[in-house]
Design a protein around this ligand. Structure first.
Ligand code: BES
Ligand code: ZN
Ligand code: ZN
Length: 504
């Protein structure tokens, strides 16, 4: 689907449908919705008066215009309570409205810029949010279906943003371009997570990273087993040794800043399938573990957008990618591994593999000179228990850095929740035989996993995002269909742009 803008009134747009809106509790619609209501002889007000439509979020009213408007249909989308209205509402409402119109076979749809009137939002921000909500809400993954349910044949071809004032047109078009770049990145991350692990092997993930690099001003380096051995990545190699698919370390680098500017380091867990290894997982739900590279996918996808948006910042992305499988050569409970920085790790559960591969990746990020780090990983089931699929867990060794990451996440609607990192938790990962052990017992599992990672970042300001609960959704909501969400691609992009803007 394409998104564009033109100067036009809702009453004269001649597509298959137009989208207008209503705040919850409003009895007499105003603005564009009011104009539509009037043209339809009060049909909208009537539905409101009858209690059929109240403007709640997630609800809408679909009417045929019977020639009273140039467009065939009007969809009045509920914006919810005005006090709670935000950009995220615009994305969600747009995604939901378009999915509904797709089921009705609409091909050309026009929309007003929700919330720029009574809602008090800026036109540029809203245009970008509509673009993102539209493209992401209509996202499908039907590659492996011979008969496509939603894709191809039932596709909305064009969403037209109806701009009232010609003065705003170029701003709106620029926002649409930015929104497309961001939505494209989120969709790429979703694709990678949705891909089955027989297709998306570590080597295939590396190939995807290389094609991202080719499409922007990025360099991509791939390190394979022999090099990883020379680099001393014993923890990463330990996890990889059970699988016939060899491990790869993917390093993407973008240099948009001045030469001496320190790099932002983005690190993502890239386990293309996590069976648990010798500490094997129960088979029920194991298929979800094809998405155990969601952090790595987000990092790779975000890099593409950061480059295309020409952010004036240097960013390095690191993704350790491998499978975690049981076999005659697999890592075993009780084994001791050497991480890149020389620390020894006692492996007591081979299913706690994410922290092992990340240990080496974080060491490497520091070695490359990254001075601020963020990692994203589907790290613990404990985080899913604590926060469900609503918020990602956020952990840090530096509160000021956390505040900046949190602000970026907040701004793009990817919710996080800061978790504690008291020194007292270190007790739980003390090992009898090595410097540290890879599990911390039943209590506070998400925290002890973060505590383990903290051992490998030293003093470098670092935030760890545990996305185990947020990287996949079990039902559609707003602009997120069922399956991969693409979290936290938008946070990464926003963070890079914020840092570039602030220049420190
Ligand atoms: N990839 C899993 C975590 C996970 C669980 C991601 C659910 C997405 C949904 C991770 O590698 C893992 O297995 N963690 C273990 C750690 C435990 C053995 C200390 C867990 O959470 O059970
Ligand atoms: Zn695991
Ligand atoms: Zn895992």
């Amino acid at each position: 689907m394409d998104v564009d803008a033109q100067v036009q009134d809702v009453l004269t747009y001649d597509g298959d449908a137009i989208i207008v809106n209503l705040f919850e509790g409003v009895k007499k619609p105003g603005g564009a919705t009011g104009a539509v209501d009037q043209a339809l002889g009060g049909l909208v007000s009537r539905a409101i008066a009858q209690g059929e439509f109240q403007g709640k979020t997630g609800t809408s009213l679909l009417l045929h215009t019977q020639g009273k408007l140039r467009a065939e249909r009007v969809l009045v989308a509920g914006l919810g309570k005005q006090e709670q209205f935000e950009l995220e509402t615009v994305r969600a409402v747009t995604g939901e409205a378009l999915r509904l119109l797709r089921t009705r076979g609409c091909r050309r749809v026009g929309t007003i810029l929700h919330g720029t009137g009574a809602g008090g939002l800026g036109i540029k921000e809203v245009a970008q949010a509509i673009t993102e909500g539209a493209l992401l809400g209509l996202y499908t993954f039907e590659q492996y279906k011979n008969k496509k349910k939603e894709g191809d044949h039932k596709a909305i071809q064009k969403l037209m943003l109806l701009v009232r004032d010609r003065l705003h047109l170029s701003d709106v078009r620029a926002s649409i371009t930015a929104g497309k770049i961001i939505a494209h990145a989120v969709s790429l991350a979703r694709d990678l997570v949705n891909e089955p692990s027989n297709k998306l092997t570590p080597e295939a993930l590396a190939a995807r990273a290389q094609s991202v690099a080719k499409s922007g001003k990025l360099t991509c380096q791939i390190f394979r087993k022999r090099q990883l051995e020379r680099m001393g990545m014993g923890a990463f190699l330990g996890v990889a040794q059970g699988s016939g698919q060899p491990p790869v370390l993917i390093v993407l680098s973008y240099r948009g800043g001045r030469r001496k500017d320190p790099d932002l380091g983005l690190v993502g867990k890239g386990i293309t399938f996590d069976s648990g290894g010798i500490s094997i997982k129960p088979s029920e739900g194991m298929e979800q573990m094809k998405g155990d590279m969601a952090g790595g996918a987000a990092v790779i996808a975000a890099m593409g957008a950061i480059a295309r948006l020409k952010s004036s910042i240097n960013v390095t992305a690191i993704v350790p990618a491998c499978e975690n499988l049981p076999s005659g050569s697999a890592l075993k409970p009780g084994d001791v591994l050497w991480a890149m920085d020389g620390k020894t790790i006692e492996v007591l559960n081979t299913d706690a593999e994410g922290r092992l591969v990340l240990a080496d990746a974080l060491c490497y990020a520091r070695k490359l000179g990254c001075q601020r780090l963020v990692d994203a990983a589907t790290l613990t089931g404990a985080c899913v228990v604590a926060l469900g699929s609503v918020r990602s867990g956020a952990f840090t060794n530096d509160q000021a850095w956390m505040d900046r990451v949190r602000a970026a996440a907040e701004a793009v609607g990817e919710k996080v929740w800061q978790m504690p990192m008291d020194g007292d938790y270190d007790e739980q990962i003390k090992s009898d035989v090595a410097d540290v052990k890879n599990i911390g017992g039943r209590k506070a599992g998400a925290v002890t996993a973060a505590k383990f990672l903290a051992r490998f970042v030293g003093e470098t300001p670092w935030v760890h995002l545990d996305i185990a609960g947020t990287s996949q959704a079990d039902k559609e909501k707003g602009y997120t269909p069922k399956g991969a969400t693409g979290v936290p691609v938008q946070t990464f992009i926003r963070l890079a742009l914020d840092l570039a803007k602030s220049g420190d």
